[in-house]
Design a protein around this ligand. Structure first.
Ligand SMILES: C[S@@+](CC[C@H](N)C(=O)[O-])C[C@H]1O[C@@H](n2cnc3c(N)ncnc32)[C@H](O)[C@@H]1O
Length: 196
């Protein structure tokens, strides 16, 4: 499985991106009704974003390659009494889930993949997203100081998601991602794409 070393990030306390609460843009999006139908959180980590969306009554599956992160996520769900599913799965092989989703969230996963990996990841997302479904990608942006380790340009987002591989980028908005190592937060793009 691609990404197995990720598990080590969760062994000794919170990972650098694991802020112990949902990312504010995702809370805002959820409050605006941006999540509908069955929701997939790809690369869910310890599940704060998934858990927030599920706490609003939506059906959510969070997947990750890091089993330690999934164990933490399941414990949080249990402690908070939130009904949700977490499963080990490789984001490059989501079709193996055998399920389709109306809304897919990627918070901090896309920006970890290099250019060569992106087509395979996008094809994997396409295989589990219903037509007219929505994909949200929150990633570090290349616009502004003090950004994260793998900043992404708008051009890269538009190159990755396009009509030839089944996506229409409806919006890319400047936003912020919180981390444990930024004093405030880091510049981000919040991209909304529709499955066509
Ligand atoms: C930067 S973290 C973001 C975690 C979470 N979304 C959050 O906002 O806290 C990226 C996550 O993607 C997971 N990941 C990396 N490669 C993956 C892959 N191929 N399939 C599934 N998950 C993967 C990592 O284990 C990690 O939990």
């Amino acid at each position: 499985m691609t990404g197995l070393p990720w598990d080590a990030s969760y062994h000794n306390g919170p990972a650098p991106w694991d802020i112990g609460q949902p990312q504010p843009p995702i809370v805002r999006l959820a409050s605006e009704g941006g999540f509908a139908g069955a929701v997939l959180d790809a690369g869910c980590g310890t599940g704060e974003n998934s858990l927030h969306v599920a706490s609003l009554g939506l059906s959510v599956l969070g997947v990750d390659v890091a089993k330690t992160a999934l164990a933490i996520a399941r414990k949080k769900a249990n402690d908070r009494g939130i009904e949700i599913e977490f499963a080990a799965a490789d984001a490059f092989q989501l079709e193996r889930l055998g399920r389709m989703f109306e809304t897919v969230l990627d918070c901090g996963l896309f920006h970890t993949f290099d250019g060569d990996e992106r087509p395979k990841y996008v094809a994997s997302l396409s295989s589990v997203t219903n037509r007219d479904g929505t994909l949200y990608v929150l990633c570090f942006s290349d616009d502004g100081p003090d950004t994260g380790p793998h900043p992404i340009s708008q051009k890269e987002l538009r190159a990755a998601f396009n009509a030839s591989n089944g996506w229409n980028v409806a919006a890319i908005e400047a936003d912020r991602i919180q981390t444990r190592y930024h004093d405030d937060d880091a510049p981000a793009w919040f991209a909304t794409s529709e499955r066509i």
